[in-house]
Write a protein that binds this ligand. Structure first.
Ligand code: SF4
Length: 245
């Protein structure tokens, strides 16, 4: 799909291009927190009224004081003009380029410096039930990007009864096999409409972090409520952004 808006954080000198659309069909997609189940599995953000052209995006970014350009929203690698915008970020703006949240569908872009990849599950069947796609594409892309020297972080959503401790630890162990220093973030599931799973308890989150720390040195976690998730800016000024296009 394509980018539909741009937000800017002057304090931390970053802009974010927001994409619409995703290649996965996750039943627990967090976008449902804002839009409801909308009668189908997967990405469920309301379709924007219009999309930005490449020229509009470039014109909006040029005057900004920027250190980093992020690409997010659904799966940002789906945007057809991503390669052109990455090149613009590196060659014209001279900034760091990063897929701020992505699912690892495609990472091998020449002008991409960094990516934060959501790894969904370890077992093949769980991965297919979660995403509708095979696991090998994602884990293979991550490994090739790591070996090519890309700056990578990873995260997982811990969903007791669906993506359990065994899945979370297996992903951490696989990452640890690449490098024990890859930053890993365990996110507690935030219940979305129409799904049967519960939010993990504080004790379960502590267990999840502990099993990951067997394999990785840099493990963080977040355990947000639905209300927290709808109002990030109240907790963290990196989310306090202004819309510039
Ligand atoms: S990869 Fe992310 S945006 Fe896409 S459907 Fe899954 S949770 Fe939603």
């Amino acid at each position: 799909m394509s980018f539909h808006s741009i937000t800017y954080n002057a304090k931390y000198r970053f802009a974010t291009l927001h994409n619409y659309g995703c290649v996965f069909r996750c039943p627990v997609c967090s976008y449902k927190l804002h839009s409801g189940p909308q009668g189908r599995p997967g990405y469920a953000s309301p379709k924007p009224a219009r999309f930005l052209s490449t020229e509009e995006i470039q014109a909006a970014l040029r005057p900004l004081d920027l250190a980093t350009l992020y690409f997010m929203g659904g799966e940002p690698s789906m945007a057809r003009n991503l390669p052109e915008l990455l090149a613009f970020g590196k060659n014209t703006l001279g900034v760091r380029t990063c897929l701020g949240h992505c699912n690892g569908w495609k990472l091998d872009y020449p002008h991409l410096d960094a990516a934060n990849v959501g790894l969904k599950a370890w077992d093949e069947q769980v991965h297919r039930d979660y995403t509708g796609r095979e696991k090998a594409t994602i884990f293979g892309n991550f490994q090739r990007a790591f070996e090519a020297g890309m700056e990578l972080k990873a995260n997982v959503v811990y969903i007791p009864g669906f993506v359990g401790l065994d899945q979370v630890e297996a992903i951490a162990a696989w990452l640890g096999g690449l490098s024990r220093d890859i930053p890993f973030h365990v996110m507690g599931y935030i219940p979305v409409p129409g799904q049967p799973y519960s939010r993990p308890t504080g004790e379960q989150m502590a267990q999840a972090v502990a099993v990951c720390q067997r394999h990785l040195r840099n493990v963080a976690m977040s355990h947000l409520s639905s209300e927290d998730a709808k109002n990030h800016a109240a907790r963290d000024d990196r989310f306090a952004v202004q819309k510039v296009a």
